[in-house]
Ligand binder design. Structure first.
Ligand SMILES: [Zn+2]
Length: 95
């Protein structure tokens, strides 16, 4: 179940559940940037981590970011122009 957690909303990295029940809390924490949410139960912490506004838009934006990482070594001006266009298109679509 934990391996199916959504990526971090800030950096899209993998997250893990921390069992801190001796402190009466569970946490879901990003392994890269340290973003964290808490819950009184494991379920509650995971529900909070998984709750996203504009999920579809965020997924499209992350796709562009990943594509940019791959294409950054090509012709930079062309890539930046194209990616700016893609981002504008996505933002228009969800405005
Ligand atoms: Zn993160």
């Amino acid at each position: 179940m934990e391996s199916n957690l959504k990526g971090c909303p800030f950096c899209n990295s993998k997250a893990e559940v921390l069992d801190l029940r001796k402190y009466k809390v569970f946490m879901v924490k990003c392994r890269k940037c340290g973003a964290v949410v808490e819950g009184a139960s494991k379920r509650r912490a995971i529900d909070r981590w998984e709750r996203r506004e504009n999920e579809a838009m965020v997924q499209e934006l992350w796709k562009v970011v990943d594509e940019f990482k791959v294409s950054v070594y090509g012709d930079k001006h062309d890539n930046v122009r194209r990616i700016k266009g893609e981002l504008k298109g996505i933002l228009r679509k969800y405005a």
